[in-house]
Design a protein around this ligand. Sequence first.
Ligand code: SF4
Length: 197
Amino acid sequence: MSATDRTSQRVAELIDRLSRLTRELQYVDGLNPAQWEALRFISRANRYSRTPSALAEFLGTTKGTTSQTLIALENRGFIRRVRDTNDRRVINLELTDQATDLLCGDPVLKIENMVDQLGPETGATLVRGLSRLLRDMQREVGAKEFGMCELCCQFQCSETDARGQGVQHCGLTGERMSESDLNRICVNFKSTEAKVS
Ligand code: SF4
């Protein structure tokens, strides 16, 4: 086995081991990993993505399984379903204050603290490598990528407003995107090879 093969094997083993430990961490406060992931998703998703179907795509599960997750969270008072004001057929998911408080003690924050200890250079290298791996895996299995406007090929920033500041739009919907929208993950995200490599 070559040195490159050994490195690849080791990385695959480490990712597998880390993902198991990360799952184990999330059996706390009476929730399971899928329920924690759903709460995290709703807190970070943009206005097009806080729906049960987008959540099912993000979790990589069926709509039925996602529905069970949502019912459990609703019964605990962590989420509510709200009809969209522009399209009454669409149901949006919202976190309650109780869920926002709960997320302050998200068990995954332990991993964030450990990554902080590795230093900024190692952190940036990990982000680059793991992002590329995630994208390749998603393409391999045909899963949606999810991501933020900055790296989306449909993002447009071509006009300036009265104060001479750039005006950002989603090229897919034509809607203006605020600064806070830019930091949220989107179900319609499409990366460009040039921007993510
Ligand atoms: S620009 Fe891309 S990521 Fe941003 S809202 Fe539009 S589709 Fe979503």
